[in-house]
Design a protein. Structure first.
Length: 456
Protein backbone atom coordinates (compact mmCIF):
# COMPACT_ATOMS: atom_id res chain seq x y z
CA UNK A 1 0.00 0.00 0.00
CA UNK A 2 1.08 3.58 -0.60
CA UNK A 3 1.25 6.30 2.06
CA UNK A 4 -2.15 7.72 1.09
CA UNK A 5 -3.86 4.38 1.73
CA UNK A 6 -2.02 3.85 5.03
CA UNK A 7 -3.02 7.36 6.13
CA UNK A 8 -6.62 6.45 5.28
CA UNK A 9 -6.37 3.45 7.63
CA UNK A 10 -4.77 5.56 10.38
CA UNK A 11 -7.73 7.92 10.22
CA UNK A 12 -10.00 5.11 11.44
CA UNK A 13 -7.85 3.90 14.36
CA UNK A 14 -9.41 4.45 17.79
CA UNK A 15 -7.59 4.50 21.16
CA UNK A 16 -8.38 1.60 23.47
CA UNK A 17 -7.31 0.86 27.08
CA UNK A 18 -7.46 -2.58 28.76
CA UNK A 19 -7.00 -3.07 32.49
CA UNK A 20 -4.67 -5.69 34.03
CA UNK A 21 -6.04 -9.27 33.69
CA UNK A 22 -8.82 -8.09 31.36
CA UNK A 23 -9.89 -10.63 28.73
CA UNK A 24 -9.37 -9.25 25.23
CA UNK A 25 -10.81 -12.18 23.28
CA UNK A 26 -11.67 -15.81 24.06
CA UNK A 27 -10.50 -18.66 21.82
CA UNK A 28 -13.26 -19.45 19.32
CA UNK A 29 -14.92 -16.03 19.53
CA UNK A 30 -15.22 -13.80 16.40
CA UNK A 31 -12.52 -11.17 16.00
CA UNK A 32 -14.15 -7.75 16.33
CA UNK A 33 -11.02 -5.59 15.93
CA UNK A 34 -7.35 -5.54 15.07
CA UNK A 35 -5.21 -4.02 17.84
CA UNK A 36 -1.81 -2.29 17.75
CA UNK A 37 -0.25 -2.31 21.23
CA UNK A 38 1.50 0.95 22.15
CA UNK A 39 2.09 0.28 25.87
CA UNK A 40 1.87 -2.73 28.17
CA UNK A 41 1.72 -6.42 27.28
CA UNK A 42 -0.74 -9.24 26.67
CA UNK A 43 -0.49 -12.99 26.88
CA UNK A 44 -1.90 -15.27 24.19
CA UNK A 45 -2.36 -18.92 25.13
CA UNK A 46 -3.79 -21.93 23.37
CA UNK A 47 -4.64 -25.34 24.87
CA UNK A 48 -2.57 -28.23 23.40
CA UNK A 49 -4.00 -31.75 23.78
CA UNK A 50 -1.71 -34.73 23.11
CA UNK A 51 -2.92 -38.30 22.73
CA UNK A 52 -3.28 -39.95 26.15
CA UNK A 53 -3.29 -36.64 28.09
CA UNK A 54 -6.18 -36.32 30.50
CA UNK A 55 -5.78 -32.54 30.55
CA UNK A 56 -4.43 -30.30 27.80
CA UNK A 57 -1.21 -28.34 28.30
CA UNK A 58 -1.01 -24.65 27.39
CA UNK A 59 1.25 -22.76 24.96
CA UNK A 60 1.95 -19.09 25.86
CA UNK A 61 3.04 -16.19 23.66
CA UNK A 62 3.74 -12.69 25.01
CA UNK A 63 2.55 -9.72 22.94
CA UNK A 64 4.42 -6.47 23.62
CA UNK A 65 4.58 -2.85 22.44
CA UNK A 66 4.18 -2.37 18.65
CA UNK A 67 2.87 -5.91 18.15
CA UNK A 68 -0.49 -6.73 16.55
CA UNK A 69 -3.49 -8.69 17.77
CA UNK A 70 -5.95 -9.94 15.16
CA UNK A 71 -4.03 -8.78 12.09
CA UNK A 72 -5.57 -11.71 10.19
CA UNK A 73 -8.61 -9.45 9.81
CA UNK A 74 -6.71 -7.60 7.06
CA UNK A 75 -6.18 -10.76 5.02
CA UNK A 76 -9.85 -11.66 5.53
CA UNK A 77 -11.01 -8.19 4.45
CA UNK A 78 -8.88 -8.37 1.30
CA UNK A 79 -10.48 -11.67 0.23
CA UNK A 80 -14.04 -11.71 1.55
CA UNK A 81 -16.97 -10.80 -0.66
CA UNK A 82 -19.95 -10.93 1.69
CA UNK A 83 -18.53 -10.04 5.16
CA UNK A 84 -20.66 -12.83 6.68
CA UNK A 85 -17.65 -15.09 7.33
CA UNK A 86 -15.95 -13.11 10.11
CA UNK A 87 -12.88 -15.06 11.35
CA UNK A 88 -12.49 -16.41 14.89
CA UNK A 89 -9.32 -16.38 17.00
CA UNK A 90 -7.69 -19.68 17.91
CA UNK A 91 -6.08 -18.24 21.07
CA UNK A 92 -7.33 -16.66 24.26
CA UNK A 93 -5.71 -13.29 24.90
CA UNK A 94 -5.58 -11.62 28.30
CA UNK A 95 -3.76 -8.51 29.53
CA UNK A 96 -0.80 -9.19 31.82
CA UNK A 97 -0.74 -5.50 32.78
CA UNK A 98 -2.56 -2.31 31.83
CA UNK A 99 -2.48 -2.05 28.04
CA UNK A 100 -2.89 0.94 25.72
CA UNK A 101 -3.61 0.25 22.08
CA UNK A 102 -5.17 1.51 18.86
CA UNK A 103 -8.07 -0.50 17.44
CA UNK A 104 -9.35 -0.91 13.88
CA UNK A 105 -12.84 -2.35 14.30
CA UNK A 106 -14.54 -4.71 11.88
CA UNK A 107 -17.20 -2.05 11.15
CA UNK A 108 -14.54 0.52 10.27
CA UNK A 109 -12.64 -2.04 8.23
CA UNK A 110 -15.84 -2.76 6.30
CA UNK A 111 -16.14 0.97 5.55
CA UNK A 112 -12.50 1.15 4.49
CA UNK A 113 -12.39 -1.99 2.41
CA UNK A 114 -13.84 -0.41 -0.73
CA UNK A 115 -10.97 2.08 -0.73
CA UNK A 116 -8.05 -0.16 0.21
CA UNK A 117 -8.97 -3.53 -1.32
CA UNK A 118 -10.51 -3.18 -4.82
CA UNK A 119 -13.14 -5.85 -5.50
CA UNK A 120 -15.54 -6.94 -8.24
CA UNK A 121 -18.74 -5.06 -8.97
CA UNK A 122 -20.66 -8.06 -7.56
CA UNK A 123 -18.58 -7.88 -4.39
CA UNK A 124 -19.40 -4.20 -3.85
CA UNK A 125 -23.10 -4.89 -4.33
CA UNK A 126 -23.07 -7.87 -1.91
CA UNK A 127 -21.59 -5.93 1.01
CA UNK A 128 -24.18 -3.16 0.68
CA UNK A 129 -27.38 -3.14 2.70
CA UNK A 130 -30.33 -4.80 0.98
CA UNK A 131 -32.17 -1.52 0.38
CA UNK A 132 -29.41 -0.02 -1.72
CA UNK A 133 -28.19 -3.16 -3.54
CA UNK A 134 -30.70 -2.58 -6.35
CA UNK A 135 -29.55 1.02 -6.74
CA UNK A 136 -25.89 0.01 -6.90
CA UNK A 137 -26.74 -2.54 -9.59
CA UNK A 138 -28.50 0.22 -11.54
CA UNK A 139 -25.46 2.49 -11.21
CA UNK A 140 -23.11 -0.23 -12.47
CA UNK A 141 -25.54 -0.91 -15.34
CA UNK A 142 -25.55 2.80 -16.21
CA UNK A 143 -21.75 2.85 -16.23
CA UNK A 144 -21.58 -0.24 -18.45
CA UNK A 145 -24.08 1.33 -20.88
CA UNK A 146 -21.91 4.44 -21.01
CA UNK A 147 -18.74 2.49 -21.80
CA UNK A 148 -17.10 2.60 -18.37
CA UNK A 149 -15.11 -0.66 -17.89
CA UNK A 150 -15.51 -2.61 -14.64
CA UNK A 151 -12.09 -1.69 -13.22
CA UNK A 152 -12.84 2.03 -13.66
CA UNK A 153 -16.39 1.62 -12.30
CA UNK A 154 -15.03 -0.09 -9.17
CA UNK A 155 -12.62 2.79 -8.54
CA UNK A 156 -15.41 5.32 -9.03
CA UNK A 157 -17.85 3.58 -6.67
CA UNK A 158 -15.23 3.22 -3.92
CA UNK A 159 -16.31 6.71 -2.92
CA UNK A 160 -20.09 6.28 -2.93
CA UNK A 161 -22.15 7.46 0.03
CA UNK A 162 -24.56 4.87 1.47
CA UNK A 163 -26.47 7.66 3.20
CA UNK A 164 -27.02 9.53 -0.06
CA UNK A 165 -28.00 6.34 -1.86
CA UNK A 166 -30.53 5.56 0.86
CA UNK A 167 -31.99 9.08 0.67
CA UNK A 168 -32.44 8.84 -3.12
CA UNK A 169 -33.46 5.25 -3.75
CA UNK A 170 -36.39 6.31 -5.96
CA UNK A 171 -34.45 8.71 -8.21
CA UNK A 172 -33.71 7.85 -11.84
CA UNK A 173 -30.10 6.85 -12.48
CA UNK A 174 -28.42 9.36 -14.79
CA UNK A 175 -25.23 11.43 -14.69
CA UNK A 176 -26.75 13.91 -12.21
CA UNK A 177 -27.79 11.11 -9.86
CA UNK A 178 -24.48 9.26 -10.03
CA UNK A 179 -22.57 12.45 -9.24
CA UNK A 180 -24.91 13.21 -6.32
CA UNK A 181 -24.06 9.96 -4.49
CA UNK A 182 -20.28 10.00 -5.08
CA UNK A 183 -17.45 11.61 -3.18
CA UNK A 184 -15.18 14.02 -5.06
CA UNK A 185 -12.67 11.20 -5.67
CA UNK A 186 -15.22 9.28 -7.73
CA UNK A 187 -16.56 12.29 -9.63
CA UNK A 188 -13.01 13.27 -10.57
CA UNK A 189 -12.36 9.84 -12.12
CA UNK A 190 -15.66 10.07 -14.02
CA UNK A 191 -14.92 13.49 -15.49
CA UNK A 192 -11.54 12.35 -16.75
CA UNK A 193 -12.88 9.06 -18.12
CA UNK A 194 -15.57 10.75 -20.18
CA UNK A 195 -13.80 13.93 -21.25
CA UNK A 196 -9.99 13.87 -21.09
CA UNK A 197 -9.20 12.08 -24.36
CA UNK A 198 -11.93 13.94 -26.25
CA UNK A 199 -10.70 17.34 -25.02
CA UNK A 200 -7.26 16.51 -26.45
CA UNK A 201 -8.83 16.44 -29.93
CA UNK A 202 -10.29 19.96 -29.70
CA UNK A 203 -8.25 22.32 -31.86
CA UNK A 204 -8.03 25.09 -29.27
CA UNK A 205 -6.80 22.65 -26.60
CA UNK A 206 -4.28 20.56 -28.55
CA UNK A 207 -1.33 22.54 -27.18
CA UNK A 208 -2.29 21.76 -23.56
CA UNK A 209 -0.68 19.16 -21.33
CA UNK A 210 -2.57 16.69 -19.12
CA UNK A 211 -2.35 18.97 -16.08
CA UNK A 212 -4.09 21.82 -17.91
CA UNK A 213 -6.71 19.51 -19.41
CA UNK A 214 -7.23 18.05 -15.95
CA UNK A 215 -7.96 21.56 -14.64
CA UNK A 216 -10.69 21.89 -17.27
CA UNK A 217 -12.08 18.45 -16.34
CA UNK A 218 -12.25 19.48 -12.67
CA UNK A 219 -14.58 22.36 -13.59
CA UNK A 220 -17.01 20.26 -15.65
CA UNK A 221 -20.48 19.86 -14.17
CA UNK A 222 -23.05 17.14 -15.00
CA UNK A 223 -26.12 18.39 -16.83
CA UNK A 224 -29.34 16.62 -17.83
CA UNK A 225 -31.87 17.93 -20.41
CA UNK A 226 -35.29 16.35 -20.86
CA UNK A 227 -36.69 15.45 -24.28
CA UNK A 228 -37.77 18.58 -26.28
CA UNK A 229 -35.95 20.89 -23.86
CA UNK A 230 -34.49 23.98 -25.55
CA UNK A 231 -30.77 24.29 -24.89
CA UNK A 232 -30.20 27.69 -26.50
CA UNK A 233 -32.08 29.99 -28.90
CA UNK A 234 -30.44 31.52 -31.96
CA UNK A 235 -29.03 34.94 -31.03
CA UNK A 236 -28.87 34.20 -27.29
CA UNK A 237 -25.51 34.37 -25.47
CA UNK A 238 -23.73 31.02 -25.08
CA UNK A 239 -23.55 30.34 -21.35
CA UNK A 240 -21.75 26.98 -21.48
CA UNK A 241 -19.90 24.50 -23.65
CA UNK A 242 -21.53 21.06 -23.51
CA UNK A 243 -20.07 17.62 -24.13
CA UNK A 244 -22.79 15.05 -24.84
CA UNK A 245 -22.36 11.62 -23.21
CA UNK A 246 -25.86 10.24 -23.92
CA UNK A 247 -28.86 11.21 -26.06
CA UNK A 248 -29.11 13.57 -29.02
CA UNK A 249 -29.90 17.19 -29.91
CA UNK A 250 -30.96 18.97 -33.07
CA UNK A 251 -29.40 22.25 -34.19
CA UNK A 252 -31.66 24.37 -36.44
CA UNK A 253 -30.19 27.10 -38.66
CA UNK A 254 -32.52 29.40 -40.57
CA UNK A 255 -31.34 30.10 -44.14
CA UNK A 256 -32.82 32.93 -46.25
CA UNK A 257 -32.01 32.98 -49.98
CA UNK A 258 -32.58 35.95 -52.27
CA UNK A 259 -36.18 36.06 -53.49
CA UNK A 260 -37.56 33.74 -50.80
CA UNK A 261 -40.40 35.10 -48.68
CA UNK A 262 -39.78 32.63 -45.83
CA UNK A 263 -36.47 31.20 -44.67
CA UNK A 264 -35.68 27.50 -44.99
CA UNK A 265 -34.12 25.54 -42.16
CA UNK A 266 -30.95 23.45 -42.03
CA UNK A 267 -30.83 20.67 -39.41
CA UNK A 268 -27.77 19.14 -37.77
CA UNK A 269 -27.91 16.21 -35.34
CA UNK A 270 -25.62 16.36 -32.30
CA UNK A 271 -24.97 13.02 -30.60
CA UNK A 272 -22.85 11.26 -27.99
CA UNK A 273 -19.22 12.36 -28.16
CA UNK A 274 -19.99 15.74 -29.77
CA UNK A 275 -19.68 19.29 -28.44
CA UNK A 276 -22.16 22.16 -28.30
CA UNK A 277 -20.80 25.71 -28.00
CA UNK A 278 -17.12 24.85 -28.39
CA UNK A 279 -16.64 28.31 -29.96
CA UNK A 280 -16.49 29.53 -26.34
CA UNK A 281 -12.97 28.11 -26.15
CA UNK A 282 -11.79 30.17 -29.14
CA UNK A 283 -13.46 33.23 -27.62
CA UNK A 284 -11.82 32.67 -24.23
CA UNK A 285 -8.44 32.27 -25.93
CA UNK A 286 -8.77 35.59 -27.80
CA UNK A 287 -10.85 37.85 -25.56
CA UNK A 288 -9.25 40.44 -23.32
CA UNK A 289 -12.29 41.94 -21.64
CA UNK A 290 -14.84 39.10 -21.24
CA UNK A 291 -17.57 41.61 -22.15
CA UNK A 292 -18.08 40.27 -25.68
CA UNK A 293 -19.65 36.87 -24.93
CA UNK A 294 -20.52 35.15 -28.23
CA UNK A 295 -24.08 34.36 -29.25
CA UNK A 296 -25.38 31.10 -30.68
CA UNK A 297 -26.14 31.21 -34.41
CA UNK A 298 -28.32 28.10 -34.10
CA UNK A 299 -31.35 27.06 -32.06
CA UNK A 300 -30.59 23.79 -30.29
CA UNK A 301 -33.27 21.48 -28.89
CA UNK A 302 -33.10 17.98 -27.40
CA UNK A 303 -34.67 15.21 -29.47
CA UNK A 304 -34.27 12.74 -26.58
CA UNK A 305 -33.24 12.97 -22.94
CA UNK A 306 -29.62 14.19 -22.98
CA UNK A 307 -26.85 13.71 -20.43
CA UNK A 308 -23.83 15.98 -20.75
CA UNK A 309 -20.95 17.70 -19.02
CA UNK A 310 -20.98 21.50 -19.01
CA UNK A 311 -18.14 24.01 -18.81
CA UNK A 312 -19.89 27.25 -17.90
CA UNK A 313 -18.74 30.71 -18.97
CA UNK A 314 -18.10 31.61 -15.31
CA UNK A 315 -15.88 28.54 -14.80
CA UNK A 316 -14.11 29.20 -18.11
CA UNK A 317 -13.46 32.78 -17.00
CA UNK A 318 -12.09 31.49 -13.68
CA UNK A 319 -9.69 29.16 -15.50
CA UNK A 320 -8.46 31.93 -17.81
CA UNK A 321 -8.07 34.57 -15.10
CA UNK A 322 -6.12 32.16 -12.89
CA UNK A 323 -3.66 31.59 -15.74
CA UNK A 324 -4.41 27.84 -15.75
CA UNK A 325 -5.38 27.99 -19.44
CA UNK A 326 -4.91 30.60 -22.20
CA UNK A 327 -2.60 32.88 -20.15
CA UNK A 328 -2.91 36.63 -20.89
CA UNK A 329 -0.25 37.82 -23.30
CA UNK A 330 -0.18 41.56 -22.49
CA UNK A 331 -0.50 44.07 -19.65
CA UNK A 332 -3.44 45.60 -21.48
CA UNK A 333 -5.19 42.23 -21.43
CA UNK A 334 -4.75 41.86 -17.68
CA UNK A 335 -5.96 45.42 -17.08
CA UNK A 336 -9.05 44.92 -19.22
CA UNK A 337 -10.34 42.04 -17.12
CA UNK A 338 -10.37 44.27 -14.02
CA UNK A 339 -13.78 45.94 -13.82
CA UNK A 340 -13.22 48.15 -10.75
CA UNK A 341 -11.44 51.42 -11.77
CA UNK A 342 -9.67 51.68 -8.39
CA UNK A 343 -8.30 48.15 -8.65
CA UNK A 344 -7.25 48.76 -12.26
CA UNK A 345 -5.34 51.84 -11.11
CA UNK A 346 -3.61 49.77 -8.43
CA UNK A 347 -2.64 47.09 -10.97
CA UNK A 348 -1.15 49.83 -13.17
CA UNK A 349 0.85 51.06 -10.14
CA UNK A 350 2.17 47.52 -9.57
CA UNK A 351 3.25 47.24 -13.22
CA UNK A 352 5.00 50.63 -12.86
CA UNK A 353 6.79 49.45 -9.70
CA UNK A 354 7.96 46.34 -11.58
CA UNK A 355 9.23 48.42 -14.51
CA UNK A 356 11.17 50.71 -12.12
CA UNK A 357 12.69 47.58 -10.57
CA UNK A 358 13.79 46.29 -13.99
CA UNK A 359 11.21 43.50 -14.30
CA UNK A 360 10.52 43.03 -17.99
CA UNK A 361 6.96 43.08 -19.33
CA UNK A 362 7.01 39.34 -20.09
CA UNK A 363 8.07 38.48 -16.54
CA UNK A 364 5.63 41.01 -15.03
CA UNK A 365 2.74 39.41 -16.95
CA UNK A 366 3.72 35.94 -15.68
CA UNK A 367 3.89 37.29 -12.12
CA UNK A 368 0.51 39.01 -12.32
CA UNK A 369 -1.39 35.98 -13.60
CA UNK A 370 -1.94 35.01 -9.98
CA UNK A 371 -2.89 38.33 -8.40
CA UNK A 372 -6.01 38.51 -6.19
CA UNK A 373 -8.53 41.26 -6.87
CA UNK A 374 -10.00 40.73 -3.39
CA UNK A 375 -6.63 41.32 -1.72
CA UNK A 376 -6.05 44.39 -3.88
CA UNK A 377 -9.43 45.75 -2.83
CA UNK A 378 -8.72 45.12 0.86
CA UNK A 379 -5.46 47.11 0.69
CA UNK A 380 -6.35 49.62 -1.99
CA UNK A 381 -4.71 52.56 -0.18
CA UNK A 382 -1.46 50.80 0.74
CA UNK A 383 1.87 51.94 -0.69
CA UNK A 384 3.15 49.76 -3.52
CA UNK A 385 6.39 48.13 -2.38
CA UNK A 386 7.76 44.59 -2.30
CA UNK A 387 5.69 43.66 0.78
CA UNK A 388 2.51 44.92 -0.83
CA UNK A 389 3.14 43.16 -4.14
CA UNK A 390 3.85 39.88 -2.36
CA UNK A 391 0.65 40.24 -0.32
CA UNK A 392 -1.59 40.28 -3.44
CA UNK A 393 0.14 37.48 -5.37
CA UNK A 394 -0.24 33.71 -5.27
CA UNK A 395 2.79 31.50 -4.55
CA UNK A 396 3.55 31.06 -8.25
CA UNK A 397 3.91 34.83 -8.76
CA UNK A 398 6.00 35.18 -5.61
CA UNK A 399 8.31 32.39 -6.73
CA UNK A 400 8.93 34.12 -10.09
CA UNK A 401 9.71 37.39 -8.29
CA UNK A 402 12.15 35.77 -5.87
CA UNK A 403 14.08 34.18 -8.70
CA UNK A 404 14.07 37.35 -10.78
CA UNK A 405 15.57 39.48 -8.02
CA UNK A 406 17.90 36.93 -6.41
CA UNK A 407 18.99 34.19 -8.79
CA UNK A 408 21.60 36.02 -10.87
CA UNK A 409 22.99 37.88 -7.85
CA UNK A 410 23.47 34.66 -5.92
CA UNK A 411 25.34 33.16 -8.87
CA UNK A 412 28.07 35.81 -8.69
CA UNK A 413 31.44 34.71 -7.23
CA UNK A 414 31.62 34.98 -3.46
CA UNK A 415 35.00 36.08 -2.12
CA UNK A 416 36.79 33.30 -0.26
CA UNK A 417 33.62 31.23 -0.15
CA UNK A 418 32.71 27.79 -1.43
CA UNK A 419 30.94 27.21 -4.71
CA UNK A 420 27.15 27.12 -4.39
CA UNK A 421 25.21 25.08 -6.89
CA UNK A 422 21.89 25.99 -8.50
CA UNK A 423 19.77 23.93 -6.10
CA UNK A 424 21.28 25.69 -3.07
CA UNK A 425 20.57 29.09 -4.65
CA UNK A 426 16.94 28.27 -5.31
CA UNK A 427 16.47 26.88 -1.79
CA UNK A 428 18.03 29.89 -0.05
CA UNK A 429 16.30 32.45 -2.28
CA UNK A 430 12.96 30.80 -1.72
CA UNK A 431 13.23 30.12 2.00
CA UNK A 432 14.59 33.53 2.96
CA UNK A 433 11.61 35.19 1.33
CA UNK A 434 9.05 32.78 2.79
CA UNK A 435 7.12 33.88 5.83
CA UNK A 436 8.89 32.14 8.70
CA UNK A 437 11.61 30.94 6.35
CA UNK A 438 14.41 32.11 8.64
CA UNK A 439 13.00 30.09 11.52
CA UNK A 440 12.72 27.04 9.31
CA UNK A 441 16.33 27.38 8.22
CA UNK A 442 17.46 27.72 11.86
CA UNK A 443 15.97 24.31 12.58
CA UNK A 444 17.44 22.37 9.70
CA UNK A 445 20.26 20.66 11.64
CA UNK A 446 23.18 22.75 10.55
CA UNK A 447 22.08 23.59 7.01
CA UNK A 448 21.60 27.24 8.03
CA UNK A 449 25.16 27.39 9.34
CA UNK A 450 26.52 25.96 6.09
CA UNK A 451 24.57 28.40 3.93
CA UNK A 452 25.35 31.36 6.18
CA UNK A 453 29.09 30.75 5.95
CA UNK A 454 28.81 30.36 2.19
CA UNK A 455 26.94 33.64 1.78
CA UNK A 456 29.14 35.84 3.97
Amino acid sequence: MNDTTLEEICGYLKPKIFEENEMVVEAGQPLNAMLIIIAGSMQAYRPIRDAGDAHPSTSFVTLNKYMFVGEQLLDWAAKTITFDDQPVLMKTIRCSGKVKAFALTVDDLKTLVLKIFPKSTDGIVKIAATKIQEKLKAIFSWMETNGIPDYVAINIVHGFSKRKLKEKTDAEVDVNYVFSVLEEYGTRIMRRHFCMETLKKVKELQHMNDRELGMICDHLKPKVFEENAKVVEVGEPLNAMLYIIAGSMQADLSITDAGETAPSTSFDTLEKGMFVGEQLLYWAMKTEAFDDQPASFKTIRCTTKVEAFALTVDDLKTLVLSGDIFPMKSKAGILKIVADPKIREKVEAIFLWMAINNISDDVAIDIMHGFSQNKLKENIDAEVDVNYVFSVLDECGRSIMRRHFCMETLKKPIESGPVINKNHIVLVATMRNMRGGGLLLDRMNGIETAFSSALK
